[in-house]
Design a protein around this ligand. Structure first.
Ligand code: MN
Length: 253
């Protein structure tokens, strides 16, 4: 199996002036494509040759002599997720379930923005800032270099690349201005909502969603451990009880 460079989900100039076509040219053609090529070179002829990207990431992370593989595999995953986190029609305050969860877990949309910007600017060197769901609760986190929430049992809904290559041509050293533009004009809430529907909150609903989505899921995001456990539980006696309880609840409502 050879990993392929994911197609950009937008035209190269579609995010301007917030992210210029020139930045996309470098970021996509040099950085992202470079990670894909290097990963393919590194895993060629190894036990990882026919392994899913997420599995390579989780296994290589714990091996001291496989950090090159980890870094390139994780950066492929992160950039795939980052392009999907951007939209020419993005930005602003999400509606619906996601908007409700942001108010519940951050207090307000403004508090979410502050937390996201704080996480992004306080990451000292290269890294990423994320909106994740962990054990049913939304939070913002930052990760260093190629690290990603998958390593810590957190499910990402959105990410922003805060390596300098992501913003330096357009914003020079003003990382904060880049994060503001990301939140105001680019953040793709449709993608976040889709991820939320896949990840759920570790409930039996999420478990069913996981089973339904499993076939085309491999590159769309990791599966909540709890959702996996719930999916397994659905197959045994406990699952039978859960189903009955849900049906009773549905009858009452
Ligand atoms: Mn990047």
């Amino acid at each position: 199996m050879t990993f392929e460079l994911k197609q950009l989900p937008f035209k190269r100039d579609a995010l301007a002036p917030h992210i210029s076509a020139r930045t996309i040219d470098y970021h996509y053609d040099k950085h992202h494509a470079g990670y894909v090529d290097t990963l393919n070179d590194l895993v060629s002829g190894t036990g990882y040759e026919n392994t899913a990207l997420e599995e390579i990431i989780l296994k290589s992370f714990t091996q001291e002599d496989e950090q090159d593989i980890f870094n390139n595999a994780a950066q492929v995953w992160n950039h795939d997720f980052f392009w999907d986190s951007l939209s020419p029609d993005g930005g602003g305050n999400p509606e619906g379930e996601l908007g409700r969860l942001i108010e519940r877990d951050f207090g307000s949309y403004k508090d979410f923005r502050d937390a996201f910007e704080e996480a992004g600017t306080s990451e000292f060197g290269s890294g990423w800032v994320w909106l994740v769901i962990e054990a049913g609760k939304l939070k913002t986190v930052s990760t260093t270099d190629a690290r990603l929430p998958l390593l810590y049992g957190q499910q990402p809904l959105i990410c922003c690349d805060v390596w300098e290559h992501a913003y330096y041509l357009d914003y020079q050293n003003e990382r904060n201005s880049f994060l503001t533009a990301f939140l105001d004009s680019l953040i793709n809430w449709e993608h976040a909502t889709e991820q939320l529907s896949i990840q759920g909150e570790g409930t039996t609903t999420a478990a069913r969603g996981y089973q339904d989505a499993q076939a085309d899921f491999a590159r769309s995001g990791p599966v909540d451990k709890k959702a996996r456990e719930a999916a397994d539980a659905l197959d045994d006696e406990e699952g039978e009880e859960l189903r009955k309880a849900e049906e009773n609840a549905a009858d009452r409502s």
